[in-house]
Design a protein around this ligand. Structure first.
Ligand SMILES: Cc1ncc(COP(=O)(O)O)c(C=O)c1O
Length: 816
């Protein structure tokens, strides 16, 4: 055991790893989550969805394959047996939250969101009601405000803080509720009326904030429901009525379910995939009987109606609370499956799970907060952990943060995510559907939020920093099966990828650690490679002609799936098995695949089937020719997926320029392109490849990766490989001449996981390399990892007339 783990166990051993449980966390991982080890993955997105265990799934499988479950609305024996299990499942859910069946009911829904929506839809809103909610809330809670505002009620976000009273003995902390502005919509006939009848207000908060991990003190339930002086009158609109409380426990429930015998909330929303990974699409609303009676159901359906007459306005609804709200047939096979999940939680016990994950979260926070750059500045800024006065007892197993460079600028969270994924670490980034917490912790004003939206920022996009400020964060979260080793790998990853021992980092086209002493030599063209079919194998030629679009016939063909998607190796690695060759003198493209007996021959001039289609690729519109069934079947067999071959015919520049400005990835929109992503040519330097290989072998010597991996230039799918000079000299080239042809550089080529794919003995293999090593020294500020440069051909007067369109291997290459 390493010294760091020993120290961790000294501090947390009492709580970590289920010391008194039926199995230790290491045994659980080794036997029930083998898939993590096999794929060498560190999964840290349990707040997104936690993982199901092998044992749980085996039990589900055995249960479903042994027993006969039938629609619980039918009358057969198997239906009533199913109904009994559904009843038991309801009880199990109530037990989990310590809710007495005399006071509460469990309504099954399709998830926490559906449970929250049900409350919003059926709540007895009036124009005298208020919907009050903490700033830290999921969009699925904020959405309730549409129902409230739509019926003339007021909506108010609040901040909850503890106020210290040293004057009172024992330094009492009391709750302070600070309202934001009142939101109200003009709804016909909703001008503030004198209260008529009962007024009901709703207060909503999460038991654990899914942005920061902050756990709200559940005493809030009693404070809101019983001490109305706290809440009535904090705003001009909250003057009367009865308060009801909704707890969004979708996140918190996994490790700390609310104890409803102590905190009698009216509504609690949960989701089962957050508890034990499976099933998805099933949640529950736990509702107090007296609160349920106030809900107004509009829709009726099979399941919720006792009788209806088709052609007159007559219905009789069912009377049981569950029956009244569960429209249609409940998801009975999923409901049957939850007992296998609960069994696992119960065997470990929720309190042991809570202590286990708390030890991991505490340790990780400590490690992240301690991380410093060489100049002493903090690497990690954590959110939601500073104000001990907040009404939160503890933090849940979520850590949200952003990372800073030594100069105080921010690393984009997408960059962190991309690099984490290269290291096999799965985490989540963005605002996690919690815009209030995001704005609060990141200090984003309304103006910032609106201008970010105007700058085109939407949830899940790649815009992570706008005007120098992060618009979201990185989030890691733990589950009951998370281990110290997961944390260690994550902390080591942050330290090695983002902590700078030196005071200065050059974020341009880095030359960090380059050996001195390279001698500038002359450059020459080492190879020319043409890739006729996008994403398939290419072939090399000693001489090759240029066309208006780049190298003649380069990426002139593509494969399209049945659904219209243009296929690449990213999704269909088998495309790498297809090899191609063009014989210009025969006017023929030859295509081979180990999966097809026959070699395919496609005439360059006349084999075109004739039908012209239009497709869009990377924001550009192309006209393409299609081929006959025989050709398409050949390719479908070669890649194991139905597809069709298409050939470039023409390219609609106006479409790209005018219609989808932002979406186009092409570097030089005025230039003609075949199906190349960004530019006509990609150039790679042999010296840069050698430098990368030196780094790859020194990583192995340092014991960072298992075995020596060396890459050849072809891994980067270049059209042109040049030899000579210093590594990465090409980064600085603006123009180059090859023989008598001129090219201008469009900048560095951004690399993705495709360079990590290799074909070995007919199998596609994935690894983290060489992208992980490239990421360590070729990363530029926006998180792009550059290798090689993109070029476009620049026609010089007279070149055409001379009729010399050819590039030749061995030609001199003259930069600038
Ligand atoms: C706090 C919180 N509330 C609500 C939801 C929505 O839950 P569901 O996906 O079950 O609809 C989530 C999901 O991430 C959540 O974390």
């Amino acid at each position: 055991m390493d010294a760091a783990k020993e120290e961790f166990l000294r501090d947390f051993g009492e709580h970590y790893g289920y010391p008194n449980g039926p199995k230790s966390v290491d045994q659980i991982r080794a036997t029930e989550f083998k898939r993590l080890q096999l794929q060498d993955l560190v999964y840290l997105d349990h707040a997104g969805a936690t993982l199901y265990s092998d044992l749980q799934m085996e039990s589900v499988f055995n249960d479903l394959t042994t027993n006969l479950y039938a629609n619980p609305h039918s009358q057969s024996d198997s239906s009533s047996a199913t109904l009994d299990i559904v009843k038991n499942a309801r009880q199990q859910v109530l037990d989990y939250c310590n809710a007495s069946p005399k006071e509460y009911k469990c309504i099954f829904t399709s998830g926490a969101t559906a449970a929250l929506k049900l409350v919003g839809e059926a709540f007895p809103w009036s124009c005298n009601s208020s919907f009050m909610y903490t700033m830290e809330n999921h969009n699925s809670v904020l959405g309730i405000r549409e129902y409230a505002l739509g019926q003339g009620a007021a909506a108010i976000a609040v901040d909850i803080e503890g106020e210290l009273h040293p004057e009172i003995s024992g330094e009492t902390i009391t709750t302070k509720i600070s309202p934001h502005q009142v939101q109200r919509r003009k709804v016909a006939g909703s001008l503030k009326e004198e209260p008529t009848g009962d007024v009901y207000n709703l207060f909503a908060f999460p038991s654990e904030c899914n942005f920061s991990g902050l756990r709200f003190d559940l005493d809030l339930v009693k404070i809101i429901k019983e001490d109305s002086s706290k809440i009535l009158g904090i705003s001009s609109v909250c003057q009367s009525g009865q308060w009801m409380v909704l707890i969004d426990a979708a996140k918190g429930c996994a490790t700390m379910p609310p104890d409803l015998s102590k905190y009698p909330a009216d509504f609690v929303a949960i989701s089962f995939y957050k508890l034990f990974g499976y099933p998805t699409g099933l949640g529950a609303l736990i509702v107090r009987n007296d609160a349920a009676k106030l809900l107004k159901k509009t829709y009726f359906s099979g399941g919720t109606v006792s009788a209806s007459i088709a052609d007159i306005d007559f219905i009789k609804r069912r009377e049981g609370i569950e029956e009244l709200f569960e429209d249609g047939t409940v998801s009975f096979l999923s409901i049957v499956s939850i007992r296998h999940g609960f069994k696992i939680l119960n065997s470990l016990t929720v309190s042991a799970i809570s202590r286990h994950i708390a030890s991991l979260a505490l340790y990780t926070r400590k490690m992240l907060l301690a991380m410093r750059h060489g100049n002493g500045s903090s690497v990690c800024i954590l959110y939601g952990h500073h104000n001990s006065m907040k009404l939160c007892h503890e933090m849940g197993p979520i850590i949200s943060f952003n990372l800073k460079r030594p100069d105080g600028s921010w690393y984009g969270y997408r960059e962190v995510e991309k690099l984490a994924s290269l290291s096999g670490i799965q985490l989540r980034t963005g605002c996690f559907c919690n815009p209030g917490a995001c704005a609060k912790y990141l200090g984003l004003s309304h103006l910032d939020l609106i201008s970010n939206t105007e700058a085109g920022h939407v949830c899940w996009d790649d815009l992570d920093i706008i005007n120098g400020k992060p618009v979201g964060a990185v989030r890691i979260s733990f589950g009951y099966m998370s281990t110290y080793e997961d944390v260690k790998k994550f902390v080591d990853f942050v330290a090695s990828s983002f902590m700078s021992p030196q005071i200065h980092i050059d974020h341009g086209n880095q030359m960090k650690g380059l050996d001195k002493g390279f001698v500038d030599t002359g450059y020459y063209l080492k190879s020319i490679t043409i890739y006729p079919i996008k994403s398939c194998g290419g072939f090399s030629a000693s001489s090759w002609p240029l066309s208006n679009n780049g190298l003649t016939h380069d990426r002139e063909w593509i494969l399209k799936s049945l659904t219209g998607e243009i296929l690449t190796q990213k999704k269909v690695p088998e495309m790498g098995f297809i090899s191609t060759f063009i014989d210009l003198s025969q006017g023929m493209l030859f295509v081979e695949s180990p999966r097809c007996e026959e070699r395919l021959q496609i005439r360059l001039e006349s084999d075109v089937y004739g039908v012209i289609e239009e497709i869009e690729l990377y924001g550009q519109r192309y006209e393409v020719y299609s081929y006959d069934n025989e050709t398409n079947s050949w390719f479908s067999e070669a890649i194991g997926k139905t597809c069709s071959l298409l050939r470039y015919s023409s390219f609609d520049q106006d479409f790209m320029l005018n219609k989808i400005k932002g979406a186009a990835t092409c570097r030089d929109p005025k230039n003609k392109l075949n199906f190349a992503n960004e530019a006509q040519f990609l150039l790679v330097s042999e010296e840069s490849v050698s430098d990368l290989n030196r780094r790859l072998s020194s990583d192995v010597q340092k014991g960072i990766y298992g075995k020596v991996m060396q890459v050849s230039a072809s891994r980067f799918r270049p059209n042109l490989v040049v030899s000579g000079g210093r590594p990465y000299a090409e980064d600085g080239w603006r123009y180059i001449r090859i023989g008598n042809k001129y090219f201008s550089s469009l900048g560095g080529c951004n690399r993705c996981q495709i360079i990590n794919l290799t074909i070995n003995a007919g199998q596609v293999q994935k690894s983290n390399e060489p992208l992980a090593t490239l990421a360590s020294y070729r990363r530029v500020k926006q998180g792009k990892i550059l290798f090689g440069i993109l070029l476009k051909h620049v026609s010089i007067d007279g070149e055409q007339q001379k009729g010399d369109f050819w590039l030749h291997v061995g030609q001199d290459v003259h930069p600038d």
